[in-house]
Design a protein around this ligand. Structure first.
Ligand SMILES: [Mg+2]
Length: 409
């Protein structure tokens, strides 16, 4: 069946939220991110772009390039709230949609054209979001996710673009290769070394040649360059939470052990979130006492997948929840309200060093990090026997996460 896929993306989301709060920032260069010397740019207004500024750049460098820019330390909680407002507006119009990140959505409008113009519906939704949330948003509309996402990029800021069925290849042809989603710095460099700068060149190459140069990725890239993509919309409600819990072999009153256990679980879940490119905005701790009475306590937090943010919250929740008068049978940690997103965007307070450290640690975990029981050798969990799914790949591919319940400690 022919598909019609809508991609919507809030324009310079963090900056737009800051401007909604303080209108004096309108039409001025604005940088949002870590304000420390080693912080990174999480979002930058269009006014900063002529200075060569882009997100992910060290804040120090951005400030040097554009000293007149207003620099704001981001607030994940505020952004999460605005993101939820937009999510609810979209939910009212299109019941099945994917929340791809804090400011990005896909919706499958296939089949609706029989009754109503998809483009008209998307335009009306865009106007409604702008009116009700006060935030600018752009969209791309086409036969698949890939082309719609690229179209949104072309439409921005505050506009919309539709690519007619059959025009996908022509639309992509003049673009620089790095405009294709998932073409990273390394691939760009490799292709540029081969003299490949524009999508058109890939389109003109035989598929086998791309396969020879880049292996399986080359074939995937060749298909993308032709505007082909059959990846499905993953409905938002399908991946609300992940959790980890443990029943002790023998009921325990050992506070130190329990604290270490929830800490290891938080670390394990944070790792799973990062591995699946997810962020959580709600964390809870559960305790089951020896009389089987179960209590839990939850906390709303700004979107994150960082150990050093998650762990202190979990420890505090445990301390608030734990009643020392009874033995404990089970402890658990639960992360919900998940969205797809890179953990870097949330760490407004963090240095590049810390981000690089996370990436390096996850890389090592993915590559070497498991012992014979599948436990990460680098995590707290390894010494406590909390299973780590490093060797099991991405836990968010439609399957519920592996919950190592009822294993004996
Ligand atoms: Mg955006």
């Amino acid at each position: 069946m022919d598909r019609t896929i809508l991609h919507m993306d809030l324009d310079t989301f963090f900056v737009s939220v800051e401007r909604k709060i303080d209108a004096r920032l309108n039409n001025k260069p604005v940088l949002v991110g870590g304000i420390g010397d080693r912080g990174v740019v999480a979002a930058c207004s269009y006014e900063t772009r002529p200075y060569g500024i882009h997100s992910g750049m060290p804040m120090k460098m951005a400030r040097q390039l554009c000293p007149e820019a207003t620099v704001i330390r981001g607030d994940g909680g505020t952004y999460s709230k605005h993101s939820k407002v937009v999510t609810e507006i979209i939910r009212e119009t299109v019941p099945i949609f994917e929340k791809a990140s804090i400011d990005e959505f896909y919706a499958d409008l296939s089949g609706l054209d029989k009754f109503y113009s998809c483009h008209k519906m998307a335009s009306e939704l865009r106007q409604k979001i702008k009116r009700e949330s006060g935030l600018p948003i752009s969209f791309g509309l086409s036969a698949n996710k890939l082309v719609s996402k690229v179209a949104t990029g072309v439409a921005k800021p505050d506009n919309e673009k539709r690519i007619e069925r059959g025009d996908e290849k022509t639309f992509l042809a003049p673009m620089p290769i790095q405009k294709i989603p998932m073409v990273g710095e390394k691939t760009t460099q490799l292709l540029q070394n081969l003299g490949i700068r524009y999508v058109k060149t890939i389109q003109e190459m035989p598929m086998e040649m791309m396969g020879k140069v880049l292996g399986k990725n080359g074939i995937a890239l060749w298909n993308r360059a032709h505007g082909r993509d059959d990846s499905p919309i993953i409905p938002f409600h399908e991946r609300k939470s992940i959790s980890n819990e443990r029943t002790f072999g023998k009921d325990t009153g050992d506070v130190k052990l329990m604290r270490e256990m929830v800490r290891a679980m938080a670390e394990n879940l944070a790792y799973q979130l990062r591995n699946g490119n997810k962020l959580t905005s709600c964390v809870s701790v559960k305790i089951r006492y020896s009389d089987f009475n179960t209590f839990s306590k939850q906390l709303k937090i700004p979107y994150t997948s960082a150990d050093h943010i998650l762990i202190p919250h979990v420890e505090r929740l445990f301390d608030q929840l734990y009643n020392r008068r009874m033995m404990v049978r089970l402890v658990g940690v639960h992360c919900s309200d998940l969205v797809t997103g890179n953990y870097q965007i949330d760490l407004f307070d963090d240095s590049e060093e810390k981000l690089n450290l996370y990436m390096a640690m996850d890389y090592i975990r993915n590559r070497y990090g498991t012992d014979e029981r599948g436990n990460s050798i680098l995590s707290w969990g390894s010494t406590l026997g909390i299973p780590n799914i490093a060797s099991m790949g991405n836990p968010f591919n439609g399957e519920p996460p592996i919950i190592p319940a009822h294993r004996n400690a």
